[in-house]
Design a protein around this ligand. Sequence first.
Ligand code: GLU
Length: 509
Amino acid sequence: MERKVRVRFAPSPTGPLHIGGIRTALYNYLFARRHGGSMILRIEDTDSRRFVPGAEEYINESLAWLGIGIDEGVREGGEYGPYKQSERRDIYRRYVKQLLDSDKAYIAFDTPEELEAARAATPNFQYDASTRGNMRNSLTMPAEEVKRLIDEGTQYVVRFKIDPDREVKVNDLIRGEVTVNSNILDDKVLYKSADDLPTYHLANIVDDHLMEVSHVIRGEEWLPSAPLHVLLYEAFGWSDTMPEFVHLPLLLKPVGNGKLSKRDGDKLGFPVFPLEWHDPKSGDISSGYREQGYLPEAVVNFLALLGWNPGDDSEVMSMQELIDKFSFEHCSKAGAKFDFKKGIWFNHEYLMKKDDNELADLFMPVLEEKGIAGFSKEYVAKALGMVKGRANLIPDLWDQADFFFVAPETYAEKDVRKRWSAETPAIMEELIAVLETIDDMTSANAEKIVLDWIESKGYHLGNVMNAFRLAVVGACRGPHMFDITELMPREEVVGRIRKAVERIPVPEK
Ligand code: GLU
């Protein structure tokens, strides 16, 4: 019987979620939706020393912004909860006991100093079958002493007892079969009495089992843990229902070799976090895709293609198209270079496709920040609609559309020199008179009337139109002039021409 697809994204709230983590969440989501399965968000917060306040909210907000839906989680609820590991202590305690009772794990009392001494005495020391017999643990100490120490409150850890000389096979849906000899694995700590919490490995395996996870889809950096996980499933007697493993390729630096880092982003000027992050300790602010003016659809599309391809040459794909096409067959083993310029390209494509009203909603905060008020959403939407083809990021829209909201205070010198001559002021006065006679200011109609007037007077078309544009826009740039004057109130247009006539000095003849 085909197993029901259940996947989980299992971040640790140790800081802002990196864009690579988002890619992992996205692939989990795409796979779940492709197969009508469930997407779980599990918070792996068993390492209390690394807990960072705000990180969990950040994860939720990032996923919500990107439209990566969660079916089961802390906020969503679900039948397999709690979905936060720090709330599952009782469960883990039970499974730690199961391993101890079945002799698959043991208790160790070695202090940090003793471990340090062992490392100093033996080159490449590893706590394993070859060394555990010389250490202070329940395998070497009499049972009564172990009990006495525990009763006295001595701190201990529980270690996984790994059998030596075993070939451990990990089946990975992207990488195929990976075999590792168990001798390279150490007796990993599974539980610490000091905080009564399991470590990542135990909690992760127990939860994947209990939550009936079918596929573990995560970053390549977790591949070295996989053999240990296979052995843990076996130790618990769960090998038959072990999830499939899928280790996703690394995200690599845009230039040079190695893993993408925050430093690359700082150096080349792109964010490595989905949302802006304010570090609660240092107060440092790291930039985010959202605040830089990216559209979530563009970020999703861009990330989806970092390590996967649709098998054809489609590039711009909606979330639904990504879902329909997603499979691990087209995931690569090799790392994916983080081509941030491609991300900007995607954003441009999505800005052009975006509905003007929605764009207006996104642009309102930019206007607000500049202290600009009093424009209807309809006006903003129409203005943006005219310029969006020239913008990559939302703030670029301001650079293109500013004149729709504020009259020019200065006029581009080069354009003035070229287009404003001694005759211009008189011609502009005439233009005002012409504009004031037009009843219907729609673009084509106004254009026809103004061009007829220019022609009847024998004026130079380019000079008149560019002077007109200079007066209204402040420079010879922007969309079609009569589209502008269709939207802008006539008094505003006329006022701007008058102001230009007053302000722009007339050159000597
Ligand atoms: N808590 C781990 C992380 O932060 C989860 C790794 C996994 O998916 O198994 O990525």
